[in-house]
Design a protein around this ligand. Structure first.
Ligand SMILES: [Zn+2]
Length: 228
């Protein structure tokens, strides 16, 4: 009996530590591995392919997360409104798409802050919401940026798989995405792109995810995150 009680206590201690650790951590590149849920994310918009992607998502009754650039939102306020009105999640992809891996000036911290906050403001001005998910350009995920994100109540979201931007055979790209379908996958795609790869395989890809028994959900649903 004593052994059982000890085991129960140990179980609660371990799960508390696990939960506390998860709550303290604000960086994610995938969702839970034990649930058949997947997220689709679209970066760099709003732009030339956003409306076409919205049509596909509507047809398939799927909600996605759009990581948007402040500099593109300003000239496309109608498009961001449509993304929001269609029930998709709006997230922050900074303002000018600076590659912080190559940014070594002394004002780096200030620039990272400005990049998040200026996009937050543009989105707030148009939609009256505060974004709480950020993806830094090129998946920048060093501690300086993660700490700043936390300071401003953001979760940093990278991805499990994404190659739609590559100049590759479209069938090969599609196959690679298909192979990456698994519990908790976060797929990176782009709604602004030099190529139209994503438009050529997205519809089929969504069918394949659903036919494999997965539910497609927004990032906040996949990761059970709430606005803070
Ligand atoms: Zn980007």
């Amino acid at each position: 009996m004593e052994k059982i009680i000890k085991k129960i206590i140990l179980f609660f201690v371990v799960s508390c530590i696990h939960t506390c650790y998860l709550q303290a951590n604000n960086f994610y590149a995938s969702g839970p591995q034990n649930i058949k849920k997947i997220s689709l994310t679209f970066d760099d918009g709003p732009g030339e392919n956003t409306l076409k992607i919205l049509e596909i998502l509507k047809k398939k009754k799927v909600k996605a997360t759009f990581f948007m650039l402040g500099c593109n939102i300003k000239n496309n306020s109608k498009i961001i409104k449509k993304v929001f009105d269609d029930g998709h999640e709006i997230a922050n992809h900074t303002y000018k798409h600076i590659n912080f891996y190559n940014y070594n000036k002394e004002n780096k911290i200030t620039i990272i802050e400005n990049e998040i906050l200026s996009t937050e403001k543009v989105i707030k001005d148009i939609l009256n919401i505060k974004t709480f998910l950020v993806r830094f350009p090129y998946g920048y995920s060093k501690q300086d940026a993660i700490k700043i994100a936390k300071k401003y109540n953001y979760h940093v979201i990278n991805w499990t798989f994404g190659i739609d931007w590559k100049q590759m055979d479209i069938n090969k790209i599609h196959d690679e995405y298909k192979r990456a379908i698994k519990n908790g996958s976060i797929f990176l795609m782009h709604d602004v792109s030099k190529n139209n790869n994503v438009l050529m395989f997205l519809e089929k890809f969504i069918d394949e995810i659903i036919e494999s028994g997965y539910k497609i959900v927004t990032i906040s649903e996949l990761l059970s995150l709430k606005n803070v």
